[in-house]
Design a protein around this ligand. Structure first.
Ligand SMILES: Cc1cc2nc3c(=O)[nH]c(=O)nc-3n(C[C@H](O)[C@H](O)[C@H](O)COP(=O)(O)O)c2cc1C
Length: 323
């Protein structure tokens, strides 16, 4: 399939693996890129710019295809070394960056000068337009369904994607709730040029996470996620568990007085415990509603090949036969 996104990134299929903390390691990114999609290494998971440089090198030993790096700009009292991470991305020769979180405007000039393609992930049309204005090459439009941070507007993709298509000139991919050929064909119908998947890629053979996490996604239904940190205007969609229920009770009890410190116990240092040790109840960890559509743990290549084959069937048989 050829779209503006496959052309922009030099990839075979219009399928991107979104950056995921403690999931977007070299194994994950290389598997997606080798299968013809765009794999993404998650920058902050590597801890330091040197750690990221090493992970990029490791990924290069696993794939000759293009892959990208995610850099998430978080609200933080003690921010990570963002200028150092950006420098590492440029020096390493990576040609694609997925930015997320705060506006990446201050880094756009150096990234563009280095010839790096920038796809910014955003949860609203106004942020997507802003990304277009500051010079991003593409955006990833993340609907309310998504795992991770859906923003505060709560607009699902059936509205958000056509609205993005109405306003944007640069190409965009759908993100949030994407799992299969139906997601891809629907996204294309709504004006997207491809799709970004997070949660679905965790339940694959190559995802470098504990087996418990993969099984939890297969077992979960679309009713099993919760929104946390809404009172802090830093909403995150996570898989429900005992720690999340405790956190939500605190949010309810404290109301507007809630501060991050009140819920830090359920959130700080959780990812390595969940993703590496398989301790699913260690705290809140991102997961999309799309878990309800995850029923198996294929290889990444099986997943992507299946999506592309079924998308072809959907378009040329089911949809074509309706006319
Ligand atoms: C476990 C997990 C960790 C994530 N970590 C990040 C992250 O560090 N940075 C980021 O920009 N997005 C992160 N995301 C969001 C994904 O990149 C993607 O936008 C989202 O998962 C799309 O929704 P879906 O899960 O319904 O596919 C994460 C998602 C999950 C499920």
């Amino acid at each position: 399939m050829k779209t503006r996104i496959t052309e922009l990134f030099g990839i075979q299929h219009p399928i991107i693996q979104g950056g995921m903390h403690y999931v977007g390691l070299a194994e994950m990114a290389a598997a997606v890129s080798n299968a013809g999609g765009l794999g993404i290494i998650t920058g902050l998971t590597q801890g330091t710019p040197d750690g990221l440089a090493a992970e990029i090198e490791r990924c290069r030993t696993m794939t000759a295809k293009p892959f990208g790096v995610n850099l998430t700009f978080l609200p933080s009292i003690k921010p990570p070394d963002y200028p150092g991470f950006v420098r590492t991305i440029i020096d390493s020769g990576v040609t694609i960056i997925e930015t997320a979180g705060n506006n990446p405007a201050q880094y756009l000039p150096v990234l563009k000068e280095a010839g790096i393609k920038v796809i910014h992930k955003c949860t609203s049309v106004r942020h997507a337009l802003k990304a277009q204005t500051i010079g991003c090459d593409a955006v990833s439009v993340d609907g309310f369904e998504c795992g991770g941070h859906p923003g505060e507007d709560d607009v699902p993709n059936f509205i958000l994607l056509p609205r993005a298509a109405e306003e944007l000139d640069i190409p965009f991919v759908s993100s949030g709730g994407m799992a299969d050929a139906r997601s891809l064909v629907a996204s294309l119908a709504m004006g997207a040029e491809g799709m970004n998947m997070g949660t679905r890629f965790i339940a694959t053979q190559e995802a470098p996470v504990h087996e418990n996490v993969k099984q939890a996604l297969v077992a979960a239904s679309e009713l099993d996620t919760r929104l946390i940190m809404r009172p802090l205007r830093n909403t995150e969609r996570v898989l429900n568990n005992a720690a999340v229920e405790k956190l939500l009770e605190k949010e309810k009890a404290l109301g507007p007085k809630l501060e991050f410190n009140d819920i830090a116990e359920e959130l700080v240092g959780v990812y390595p415990k969940v993703m590496q040790k398989g301790d699913l109840d260690a705290g809140g960890w991102s997961c999309g509603m799309v878990a309800g559509l995850v029923h198996d743990i294929p290889t990444v290549k099986e997943l992507i090949d299946r999506i592309m084959r079924e998308a072809d069937e959907l378009i040329h048989q089911r949809l074509a036969s309706l006319f």
